[in-house]
Design a protein around this ligand. Sequence first.
Ligand code: PGA
Length: 257
Amino acid sequence: MFEQAEYLILGNWKMNLNIQDAKALADSVVKAASALPKHIATGVCPASLHLAQTNAIFQNSSVALGAQDCHFERSGAFTGDISAAQLKDIGCSFTLLGHSERRQFHQESDQLVHKKAEAALNQNLHAVICIGETLEERESGRYTQVLETQIKNSLPAIGTRDTISIAYEPIWAIGTGRTAESQDIEETHRFIREILKQIYSKATPRILYGGSVKANNALEILSLSVVDGVLVGGASLDAEAFATIMRAAASVATASV
Ligand code: PGA
């Protein structure tokens, strides 16, 4: 999945939209994505409740369908959960894992995220594993240690660039309108890349940035050579904003059309 992509533009709709609005937004994303060059890959993670109906819209398009989470078991007595196998079955090709909201509101540990990532990979679902530090960890300078621990404990070594991506999302930038400075993104992505090199001998996974990516800052963020794409929350709910972010990726891509 995403093998040829120079940039990955992913939308996380979280617990938003009714089915009618989700379908309308999915239609708009398909339209905007159809105008992009092939090496810009687009994916959207609707609420799990809407996966089947949005899949019908994304099915014959260039937009990949993603989930926001999965369970690590294949099936069983896990009320309210959804397995990677079920996500694959309904049409998903990737899933987010370890999003900071899952870590915060569902007490997900790195070890749990690791198990989920293995389950996703076993089902041929590309795993987008989220990591990120709190404001306190950033300001105290402990964030490199925090990120290193999250990476080493959450990522299965069996992954490859084609099966795993990292989304670096500083928690203090998510939904706050406060984006990390370009210099911080650059320095942090370089640090993450070094850690990834210790785990993966061949091509290391892509590193996406997430946290208040908007239509008006996407170009600056995507222009950084260390950024392989973005994970967009709030702005992905706005068809025009998300389309602008996709076009920003196309405008900075170096691959030929
Ligand atoms: P945001 O969310 O773009 O609304 O900050 C990003 C995310 O949580 O993935």
